[in-house]
Design a protein around this ligand. Structure first.
Ligand SMILES: C[S@@+](CC[C@H](N)C(=O)[O-])C[C@H]1O[C@@H](n2cnc3c(N)ncnc32)[C@H](O)[C@@H]1O
Length: 268
């Protein structure tokens, strides 16, 4: 584990983070399908992001390539994308490696859009999406060779249960890569409660992962801030619920966003 990701304190014993319900995500994904506000902000903030990725997350090209390298997928791999949203990042990762993909999300709207995108991209036979929870994916034991969860695991009502579910579906030796945020200073009282004590390596070890590596790059945190600023520069969202949501989040989070560090954790 890199020193920068280690706040030196355990993260257990704190109240679970408040979560966002599936129907709230359904409404956001309806809006995103029509206007692409979130993904447009991502692509404007980082023009190097491959055009068809269209994330609903704070992804940059550099972070996407880091994830691809960490997963080390091959043609024989089956990748699980947990909290897959509209499917773009998982589809890019799987297509680039000619791997199979199974995406899980609790938003039926997101799952339908992801399956449609797979068909449009001509990989509908190698990419399957299903409604499921991060803590109960419905996938069989040891059924996937790798798993990714991009900015999603923090929404699980029980982080350790979600990590344990991921471990259950992974074949022995299979790798998980997750992205999220750590406080730059553990317990920082200026941060919202849900971010103050986050330390994903502790959660992943508690779930049974034995090898855990945490990575961060300043450019990932810079892109996170730039996506918020780009969204605010879009002006009046009108009836665009996804842009309105992102702008509201940007106004709430920007004052303390610099106190967070964007991280990617690889575990097996
Ligand atoms: C920030 S979005 C990321 C989407 C996608 N990974 C991407 O990069 O575009 C978080 C996703 O997690 C999903 N999610 C949140 N809580 C969940 C849960 N308990 N079970 C399954 N999916 C969940 C949401 O529906 C949403 O699609």
């Amino acid at each position: 584990m890199t020193a920068a990701c280690d706040p030196g304190l355990p993260s257990q014993g704190h109240a679970p983070a408040p979560t966002t319900a599936a129907d709230e995500f359904d409404a956001l994904f309806h809006g995103e399908a029509h206007r692409r506000a979130f993904s447009r902000a991502c692509h404007l903030a980082d023009p190097a992001l491959p055009p068809d990725v269209e994330p609903f997350s704070f992804l940059s090209a550099d972070l996407l390539h880091h994830i691809a390298a960490a997963l080390a997928l091959t043609e024989d791999s089956t990748l699980a994308d947990l909290g897959c949203g509209r499917g773009g990042p998982g589809l890019w990762l799987a297509r680039t490696a000619h791997a199979r993909l199974v995406g899980i999300d609790f938003s039926p709207v997101a799952v339908a859009q992801a399956q449609h995108r797979a068909t449009t991209l001509g990989v509908g036979d190698r990419a399957h999406f299903a409604v499921g929870d991060l803590t109960a994916t419905g996938l069989p034991d040891a059924s996937v060779s790798a798993a990714v969860s991009i900015d999603a695991l923090q929404y699980a009502h029980d982080h350790t249960a979600a990590a344990a579910e991921t471990r259950r579906i992974l074949r022995p030796g299979g790798r998980l890569v997750i992205t999220g945020w750590h406080p730059r200073q553990h317990g920082d009282p200026r941060l919202p409660d849900r971010h103050r004590h986050t330390h994903w390596p502790t959660v992943l070890r508690a779930a049974g992962f034995s090898t855990v590596e945490c990575h961060d790059r300043p450019a990932w945190s810079d892109t996170y801030l730039r996506i918020y600023r780009t969204a605010l520069q879009q002006g009046d969202p009108g009836r665009d619920v996804a842009l309105a949501g992102l702008q509201g989040e940007a106004r709430r989070r920007l004052p303390t966003a610099h106190l967070l560090r964007r991280v990617a954790i690889t575990a097996c």
